[in-house]
Design a protein around this ligand. Sequence first.
Ligand SMILES: [Zn+2]
Length: 114
Amino acid sequence: MKDLECPNCGGSSPSIISEGEFRCTFCDTLYYNEAMQQRKRAAEKQAARIKIEEAKQQVHVEQARTVNNMSKRILLFVSIFLLIIFGFVGYMAKQSLDQSAKSQEELIKSFQPH
Ligand SMILES: [Zn+2]
């Protein structure tokens, strides 16, 4: 346990305050183990990085969901639009057919002797 040796008195049975942070039980000196502290910091950084990644992924999921909803809405809108267009075109075609039938009838009528 050379890592945990007190720099003041050389005592090697400190009480652990936190990871990499010790208090000597003999002379009450507070000291740190740089390597352990670095590991701790690295672990904290890693945890923070994972959290950020998770947050980013959450945003991506959220965005994907929004895009999906949007494309569904667009699809619905387009199909309604197409229905209206086809309905309108069909209606107009029928109207013009009726119209031409009527005018043909009138034309025939006008040729017929009264
Ligand atoms: Zn000490």
